[in-house]
Design a protein around this ligand. Structure first.
Ligand code: FES
Ligand code: FES
Length: 159
């Protein structure tokens, strides 16, 4: 069946199997492989993208369910060579090691700060509670998101 989804501001249309998952639609059709595919069971959070601004696990969402919606992937964060403050925060606070969880963490963080620009550490931990990192122990990830919240306005101008 034909599905048409707006991905990072561009309309992507394709004939898909009704059972095709959003994560595969994103990775295969526009070739946006920044969205990772991990557990395939809604547990790890590596596949998180934003649908209409809200975090969504793309490994357990059918592509056809996203018809007419706006999807944002990790590739949308950097604009004209400027990193998003959440990307800068992860760099500043050394919040990644292998990087497998990072796309999902970044998109989850972006959604959090869009809704709540000044979250407490508890709110940050709650926001990322659906994402698993096997490397960092989470402390640096929380610190990175806090950094992004504190530098949101200035970071966009500095880079
Ligand atoms: S791949 Fe989607 S939650 Fe793990
Ligand atoms: S940085 Fe390796 S899983 Fe998070």
């Amino acid at each position: 069946m034909q599905v048409s989804i707006r991905v990072n501001g561009e309309q992507v249309s394709r004939d898909v199997e009704p059972r095709q998952l959003l994560v595969h639609f994103i990775r295969d059709t526009p070739g946006l492989t920044g969205t990772h595919w991990g557990c395939d069971t809604s547990n790890c959070g590596a596949c998180v993208v934003l649908m209409d601004g809200k975090p969504l696990k793309s490994c357990t969402t059918l592509a056809v369910m996203c018809e007419g919606h706006e999807i944002r992937t990790v590739e949308s964060l950097e604009v004209d060579g400027r990193l998003d403050p959440v990307q800068m925060g992860f760099h500043e606070r050394h919040a990644l090691q292998c990087g497998f969880c990072t796309p999902g963490m970044l998109m989850t963080a972006r959604a959090l700060l869009d809704e709540n620009p000044d979250p407490t550490d508890h709110e940050i931990r709650t926001a990322i509670s659906g994402a698993i990192c096997r490397c960092t122990g989470y402390k640096n990830i929380v610190s990175a998101i806090r950094w992004a919240a504190e530098h949101e306005a200035t970071a966009r101008q500095e880079v």
